[in-house]
Ligand binder design. Sequence first.
Ligand SMILES: *[C@@H]1O[C@H](CO)[C@@H](O)[C@H](O)[C@H]1NC(C)=O
Ligand SMILES: *[C@@H]1O[C@H](CO)[C@@H](O)[C@H](O)[C@H]1NC(C)=O
Ligand SMILES: *[C@@H]1O[C@H](CO)[C@@H](O)[C@H](O)[C@H]1NC(C)=O
Ligand SMILES: [Ca+2]
Length: 344
Amino acid sequence: MLKKALSAVTWLCIFIVAFVSHPVWLQKSPKRKTPGQLKVAACCEEVKGLKAQIANLSNLLSELSQKQEKDWVSVVMQVMELESSSKRLEVRLTEAEGKYSEINNQIDIMQLQAAQTVTHTSADAIYDCSSLHQKNYRISGVYKLPPDDFLGSPELEVFCDMETSGGGWTIIQRRKSGLVSFYQDWKQYTQGFGSIRGDFWLGNEHIHRLSQRPTRLRVEMEDWEGNMRYAEYSHFVLANEMNSYRLFLGNYSGNVGNDALFYHNNTVFSTKDKDNDNCLDKCAELRKGGYWYNCCTDSNLNGVYYRFGEHNKHLDGITWYGWHGSTYSLKRVEMKIRPEDYKH
Ligand SMILES: *[C@@H]1O[C@H](CO)[C@@H](O)[C@H](O)[C@H]1NC(C)=O
Ligand SMILES: *[C@@H]1O[C@H](CO)[C@@H](O)[C@H](O)[C@H]1NC(C)=O
Ligand SMILES: *[C@@H]1O[C@H](CO)[C@@H](O)[C@H](O)[C@H]1NC(C)=O
Ligand SMILES: [Ca+2]
């Protein structure tokens, strides 16, 4: 017991000694005593070094910030480039979509042609846009009607309106861009001219053939104020070339107010090189088109395309007398036909 107490006291002593000598331990090797001058010099050297370093750093910083500015500019430019390239991509995308639908269309047509070679009866024949509509083609656009020996019809590119009033319409005339002149000769009007997606005349020979079975005609018109009107005829026949593509019309219905095509019923076709009209004048030259000129017009749907501002002072424009008078040239016209017995 005593021995234990003694050792505890010894440990305590050692601890105390250690504690007392502690500051000594903490003291590092005695500092070199430097003269005041030297101390100041050292301080200034240090400060100078620091200053240099700061200068260096601020240099670096300004360099960095310049670089950042440049980076920022380049980032902005990259963003702008990205935007424009995304626009380019969008354009390419829509182009690609167009091509895709065109390819689809072509596949449809190939399928049609394949189907056509199998079926050789007139009932199944692809005759016009209404036959296509009956075969469940419901998208308006360009279709190629396959040639048909049975019907004696050549291959023909047509634009089908599959939406208006039940669809199944084969478009025979369109005016909407003014990029195609309709002041053409007999041969051109016989064969057809223009571009199937833009302004065109399908051709008197094709129109004659398509109107061989009982057919309706629909004329759609738009003026420069955006108003739309239509005229429909319960019957439409274009005679053959021997009969100068004489026009026969049935009863009118529609919302254009006045039947301005009726005046042209039972008259033959005239062009600038074939004056078949009922006038001493040459109506085709006066009205600058090819049409069923009487003496001369109540309507002139194949006249000259005049743009807004120029559209309301010409007798040779695209006119429909009963709507806007004889000097107002319309903005858009479409003539389309489909069989009378068409069911939708
Ligand atoms: C800045 O630092 C770099 C690298 O440490 C050195 O080479 C340069 O001399 C310094 N410039 C100044 C102004 O101190
Ligand atoms: C035109 O209308 C008249 C009188 O309503 C009618 O008798 C005639 O059959 C109609 N013609 C055609 C082709 O629909
Ligand atoms: C158009 O002319 C033909 C031939 O004269 C005639 O039979 C027909 O009834 C006329 N159409 C209309 C709607 O009057
Ligand atoms: Ca004449």
